[in-house]
Structure formats: C-alpha cells, structure tokens
Design a binder for this molecule. Structure first.
Ligand code: C2E
Ligand code: CA
Ligand code: CA
Length: 793
C-alpha cells in the first residue's frame, strides 16, 4: 500500500495523471453511450455504431495507459519498445472489444459479468505488455506481490462495471463508467508501483526505441478522436431525448383523437391521460396524472390486468356511479423505453342496448306483460327455490272464453284492444299479491305465478277475482263487449315438482274448467290427472282398435209413424272391446272426437254406412235412407263435400239416400266455414238433420242460418211426453215451427206405444227402442228380411 501511495505521489506527474483520468472518463462515457445507442439502432447504422464504440473503448484504454505512462517519472531516461507497444495496443483493443461485445445490451447479468472479465483481462494485457515495452536506462525489477494485487483488485471491478453499465434500472446504470475508471486506475497505479528501477548508464536502448516526447502527438490525436466520439454520443442522446419528447407529444395528440380513454402508466401510476378518459372520469387530465390505476379502477391493480386480454371493470370518477368499462393493457416501446398503456372502453351504451334487447326478448310487446320465455324462467326459479327450501308456489293459467268471436267480429285491432284491457284488469286484480309474476303466454292465454303459497283456497280466490274483473262489460269503439275467462290452478308438490309438471297440471285444470262450462275456476286434483291418463290410454287403444277392425257400426231402424213402415236407419258406432264386450260411444267418443282419429274414423263410418245402405236398397228396401252422425273435425276439412260425393259415387248411392246428422255443438265449434260447407252438401242433394234439437241454447237462431232438411226432436222431450205438459208444449211448438220452415221432423227415443201415439200428430217419422235398439247389420237384415243374397254387385 505504501509503495502504491509513494508511486502515486512521487513517481507521477500529477497534471498528466489527472489528464489520464479525464481522458479515461470521457472515453468511457463516449464508448458506453455510443454502444447504448447502437443496441437500439438497426441495420448498418447499428454495425457502424458497434464498431465505433469498440474502437473508442480500446482507444480509451490505450490512451489512458499511454498518458499515465507519460505521467510516470522514472527519474532516468526512458522510452518505448515500438513492436511490443503496438502489440499491446492491438491485444488490448481486441480484448476490450470482445468484452464489450459479450456484455453490451445483454439482459443476463452473468453474461455481462463474463464480458466484464474479458474486458478486464484485455485491459490487463494491454497494461502489462505496455509496461513491459517500457524501457529505462537501468535495470527493471518487478514486485510480483504488487502485480498480483493490481490484477486481483481490478479484475472484479472491471466485471462489476460492465454488469452495472447494462442494468435496466436507471439508478444503477451510471455506476458503470466510474467503476471502469476506478478499475483502470487501480490497475495502472499498482502496476506501475510494482516496478523497481535501478539506474545503470551501461544499459542501452534498442535501436527503434521511441522517446516519450515522440508519442505525445499520437496520444493527443487519439484523445481528440475520443472527444469527438463523446460529443457524437452526446448528440445521439440529445437527439433521442428530443425524439422521445416529440413522440410522446404526437402520441398524446393522437390519443386525444381516440374514442377510448387512454392512460400511459409507469409503475401503476398514470403518467398521462387523453381527453376521453378525462370525459369518462369527469376529471381534468392534469388531475388524472399521478393517480394510481387501482384508485381509478376501484381496487383493480395493474398486475390484475393481463396484457392483450380485455376485461370488465368499473371506472370511478367524479360522478357517484361507477362507469362500466372494458380495459385492455398494452405494452409498447416508445423511444426505446417500454411503456404501459391502459385503454378504457365505455360500456354504458352497450349495456343499455343489451338491457333493451333483453326486455324486448322477455316481454310481450302488445300488453307489456312478461312473455312466455320470462314466465318459464320465473317458473324454473320457483322450482329451484322449492327444491332448496321447500318454498311452495302456485301457477294459474287463464284463458279467455269467446275471444275468437271478438276477433271475428271486431277485427284483429279490436281483439288487440281487448287483450290490452284484459292485461290491465289482470294487473289490477293481482295488485295486492306481494309475490307474483304475470305473463301473456300466447293469444288469449295468460298465466300467473304466485310465490310462497300452495293454498288452493287462496289461489281460487285470486282466480275468482280475475274472472269477476274480466267479466265486467268493456267498451270497445262505442260498443259493449262481453268476455269471460276460465282459470286452471295447480300448485307444486313432491309428486309434481318440475316446472313442466306444474304447468301441465294447471293446463289440465284449465281444460276441466272449460269443459265444465267456462267462466269458472278449476283446481288441479289427482282425479283430473287420472282421467287424463285414462284418456291418453283410451286414445292409444282406440288407434289399435281402429287398425284391428274392432270398431263396428250398429243400425237403429227409423219408422214412418203413419204406417210403421221402415224408412231407414241411423248408423251408430260400437267398439268390440276384447274381454269387455261391446262398448257404447259414451265411453270413448269424447276421446275419439278430440283426437286425431276423428277424421279417419269419420271417413270410415261414412263409407261403411253408405255401402250398407246401398246393399239394403239393392236387397229390396228401395228408398232406404241412412243417417250418419258427423264429427266436428270432418266438417273442418275443405274437401269434405267432395269426399262425401266420392263416397256416394263409389257405391252408386243417390244423395237423397244419405242424411248427415249435426249437433249444435259441432256447428258452434266451427262457425262460418261449417255453414258454408253444410250448404255445399245440401246443394249436392244430401239431407242434413239437426240432431238433439231443442237441447242447446242457439237452436233457434241456427235454424235460420244453416241449410237443414230435418229436425230430430231430442229424447229428453219425449221421455215424459204423455204426462209433462211443458214437454208437450215444446214438442208442439217445434213441430209447428218445422212446418213453417218446411222441415221434416223425426222423434228420437220412442219407447212406448203411447209416446208413439202422441208423436203421430207432431212428427212424420220416429226412432226408438219401441221399434228396435241399435243392432248389428246382420241382425238388421234378419229383422227386415234384407237377405245378403240380393246384395249389390
Ligand atoms: P244420438 O245421435 O242422439 O244417437 C242416439 C242415441 O240414443 C244412441 O245412443 C241410441 O242408442 C240411443 N237411443 C235410441 N233410441 C233410444 C230409446 O228409445 N231410448 C233410449 N234411452 N236411448 C235410445 P248411442 O248409440 O250410445 O250413441 C250416443 C251418441 O253417440 C249419439 O247420440 C251420437 O251423438 C254419438 N254417436 C254414436 N255413433 C256415432 C257415430 O257413428 N258417429 C258420430 N259422430 N257420433 C256417434
Ligand atoms: Ca244422431
Ligand atoms: Ca240425437
């Protein structure tokens, strides 16, 4: 240590030594700064800058070394051996260049340490080769300890300096250059201190020895070059800074044009923000600067936002409400430094539209009530609640009675008006129910879901209230319109716990209410379910029976009252049920009528009855007439008249041999189209009988409208005809009216000769057990001598 200090104090020219330090600092700064820019540049410029920084680094080391050598005062004549000096310069530059190439711009610290070691070794070689080339008039001895010290002490500092110079952290990076200078200083001073010189006038310099004074201009030239490089590095830095500022400014202007809110951030803090973000938050831009991202995004930190993935967040600002936004994070490079940009996209408009679409999708545009989808959702929710906490609920299905008539008479717009009024009345009727959902399912069908109850009494009371409110006459375009409603009710229970089951049960109850005469409430019960299941089974069995030929027609004779002669028969359907015997229509007709079999079975009945009539006509009963009962479904088909004509043609039966029997129900169910169809049939010459006449309430008005040929007086008027004066009066009135309208009359259900006697003056023909029960075709033939031998060809 003592030697080092002595060497520094006495062995050197202080001014030159300071110059060496200065040149070293300037050179190191210059080469570092050029190399820094080199790694950001591209292409040829990059190669050029890299080379420049390498040469500068090598030259710095050499020039520093040389000036320091010049500063060295050996106290005797000295000089430089030129070849070795040149080699020292070459090897030093190569080593230093290699070290810089290894470490410059590298991310790995280890790699930079390695580069620093190489650079250190290069510098050490430069120094000691150079020192070896230093000659004096005297003997030179080396102190190996000091040499070792110089190497061991400087090498780690060289490595450390390169590691620091490449740090990403700006506060570490500036330590790189001073550390390098320090390492060089330690190496030089302790290296020089290792020399022990003894003057010996007999020592001669080799012939090409360069005198120190001769080197001075070369060193000065190199130093000038180094200054130029430093200035160049400085210029690069200033230019890059200016560009960064300009880029940032331009980016800021562009950002203000953006539709999204943008914030440039550093370490989770807003560095700058655009106009849109200021608008979104309601805060001026300069107030946004310095705010943390987590304060803007209510708790969401920058680390929570993954780059390139959009995510939902809420932006807090001046307004009390948070603004829903989608945020997107992008990292990008600006002037070589990487920046984080957060984009905020306003979601309010989108959410509003979505909400609008959702309400549109879930509501009935006509009445503003919920629609079927929403009702189903409510039902599903109620089921989940029932499953989790046994909270019950009840469903009410409401169907308007006679709405079709309103639609037909008032037109669609009138119908719509009525539906709106009904919706309002339903709302009012349910106003006091705390937990309910009201919906229009379709057409004139509404539904209510009552939460928290499965009490049938409570639900029935609601149903009654609904019916009462709908029954109130309503004014429509100056007219008074009457409608009513039927209500079916079903509650959830263990057995029927799914939305679908509850709905189906309510529907069953509604059907029951309709069947029982409308404008009433029916509550679902197991009896209804059983009956429905029976019906379903019957429908399946009927299908099989039809396919298997188990359906058969029976015939009941029709008699002329004046002389008791056979004039025809009514065909009546029977089901030859295996093991159970012959089933009367009362047991299966409701199912048959309501199902898809009505049409095919009706067609089969018509064909079978017509063939039978044709056969019996051919067998002797010349004017034989066959009566066939119709199903509503048959009259609904447009081709019905032509089907009937084709049937008659196929068995060569004249139209007057066929009489189709229709009831009031059938006509009411089909309305306008049915009347037109019956007229077509009438035009073909086919008879139309009004069955069960007098039992319905519209019989009289219908007489005027439908083309009938005959009235069948219902059995109910005949039963007590001998004693009941009212029945006598009714039958008397019917027969007078028929005479007035030019219609024939046939009496049904004649069981006694007395009934027959009474009817003689009121009807021309009769039918009943007195003359014969419905019987098979063969029994009929046997009874009336219509032997098969005379059958049609
Ligand atoms: P409906 O058309 O009024 O048929 C007359 C019903 O009265 C028959 O019952 C018949 O057996 C019964 N009847 C006849 N005379 C007497 C009598 O003196 N006293 C009593 N107590 N009853 C008598 P059925 O055959 O059970 O038919 C019942 C109903 O089923 C029929 O009433 C008709 O509406 C319907 N129906 C029967 N067969 C067919 C058919 O082939 N097609 C259609 N569409 N309906 C049918
Ligand atoms: Ca009949
Ligand atoms: Ca009848």
């Amino acid at each position: 240590m003592q030697e080092i200090l002595t060497c520094l104090r006495e062995g050197h020219d202080a001014e030159l030594l300071a110059l060496a330090g200065f040149v070293c600092i300037v050179g190191v700064y210059g080469s570092f700064s050029v190399s820094h820019h080199a790694w950001r540049a591209e292409g040829r410029l990059r190669t050029r800058l890299v080379l420049m920084s390498l040469v500068a680094a090598g030259s710095t080391a050499w020039a520093t070394h040389m000036i320091a050598m010049l500063a060295y005062k050996p106290g005797m004549p000295a000089g430089f051996e030129p070849v070795l000096t040149a080699i020292s310069l070459l090897i030093g530059t190569l080593g230093i260049g290699l070290g810089m190439a290894i470490s410059a711009g590298r991310r790995s610290r280890l790699r930079r340490l390695g580069g620093g070691l190489v650079l250190g070794i290069g510098t050490i070689l430069l120094h000691y080769l150079g020192q070896y080339a230093f000659l004096v008039r005297g003997r030179i001895e080396w102190d190996p300890t000091l040499v070792t010290v110089s190497i061991v002490a400087s090498l780690p500092i060289f490595a450390l300096s390169m590691m620091m110079a490449g740090e990403r952290n700006r506060s570490f990076r500036p330590f790189g250059a001073p550390l390098l200078v320090l390492a060089i200083a330690i190496l030089h001073v302790s290296g020089m201190a290792a020399l022990r010189l003894t003057y010996d006038p007999y020592v001669l310099f080799p012939p090409l020895t360069i005198e120190p004074q001769l080197l001075a201009p070369i060193v000065a030239a190199v130093c000038l070059g180094l200054f130029a490089v430093s200035l160049f590095g400085l210029r690069l830095t200033l230019k890059a800074r200016a560009k960064l500022v300009e880029d940032q400014q331009r980016l800021g202007e562009l950002a203000n044009l953006a539709f999204e809110g943008l914030a440039v951030c550093g370490k989770g803090v807003v560095l700058s923000a655009n106009e849109e973000l200021s608008r979104l938050t309601g805060k001026p831009r300069d107030m946004l600067v310095g705010q943390t991202i987590s304060s803007l995004l209510s708790g969401l930190s920058l680390a929570d936002i993954t780059e390139g993935e959009e995510m939902d967040a809420e932006l807090s600002g001046d307004a009390p409400d948070l603004v829903p936004v989608r945020v997107l994070r992008r990292e990008f490079k600006l002037g070589g430094t990487s920046q984080t940009v957060i984009a905020f996209r306003d979601q309010r408009e989108r959410l509003r539209t979505e909400e609008k679409i959702r309400t549109l999708a879930y509501s009935d545009t006509l009445t503003g009530l919920a629609n079927r989808e929403r009702f189903n959702l409510a039902l599903d929710k109620a089921v989940v609640l029932f499953e989790s906490s046994q909270t019950p609920f009840t469903a009410l299905l409401i169907d308007l009675d006679g709405f079709k008539l309103v639609n037909d008479t008032q037109g669609h717009s009138g119908g719509d008006e009525v539906l709106k009024i009904v919706a309002d009345r339903l709302r009012a009727a349910l106003a006091e129910e705390p937990d309910h959902d009201l919906a229009r399912l379709s057409g004139d069908e509404f539904a209510v879901l009552i939460g928290g109850t499965n009490d049938p009494v409570h639900a029935s009371a609601i149903g009654e209230r609904i019916i009462r409110s709908i029954k109130e006459p309503l004014a429509l375009r100056g007219q008074t319109v009457h409608i009513s409603a039927s209500v079916g009710i079903a509650a959830v229970d263990e057995r029927y716990a799914s939305a679908e089951q509850v709905f189906r049960n309510a529907d069953l109850a509604l059907y029951d209410a309709k069947m029982k005469g409308r404008s009433r409430v029916s509550v679902f019960s197991q009896v209804l379910r059983n009956a429905a299941n029976d019906k379903a089974n019957t429908a399946i069995e009927l299908q099989e029976a039809f396919e298997d030929g188990d359906l058969e027609l029976y015939y009941q004779p029709q008699i002329r009252l004046s002389d008791g002669a056979l004039v025809g028969a009514e065909a009546l359907i029977r089901w030859n049920y295996p093991y159970r015997g012959v089933l009367s229509p009362g047991l299966f007709l409701p199912v048959l009528e309501a199902g898809p079999l009505a049409e095919p079975v009706g067609t089969w009945i018509l064909a079978t009855a017509c063939q039978q009539a044709a056969r019996w006509r051919a067998a002797g009963a010349e004017d034989f007439q066959i009566g066939v009962n119709l199903f509503a479904a048959q009259l609904r088909s447009r081709e019905f008249a032509s089907l009937v004509q084709a049937t008659l043609d196929s068995c060569s039966l004249p139209p007057e041999a066929l009489e189709l029997e229709v009831t009031e129900n059938i006509i009411l169910r089909n309305e306008a189209a049915t009347i037109a169809r019956l007229a077509e049939l009438r035009d073909l010459g086919i008879g139309i009988a009004f069955d069960d006449f007098g039992t319905g309430y519209a019989s009289l008005t219908m007489l005027k409208e439908i083309p009938i040929t005959r009235l069948k007086i219902d059995r109910s008027f005949v039963r007590n005809i001998e004693n009941d004066r009212k029945d006598q009066a009714i039958v008397d009135a019917i027969s007078r009216m028929a005479a007035g309208c030019g219609l024939d009359v046939i009496a049904e259900g004649i069981e006694t000769p007395e009934q027959a006697d009474f009817m003689k003056s009121h009807a021309s023909e009769a039918q009943g057990f007195l003359y014969g029960r419905p019987m098979t075709a063969s029994a009929f033939e046997a009874k009336y001598g219509l032997a098969a031998s005379a059958a049609v060809a």
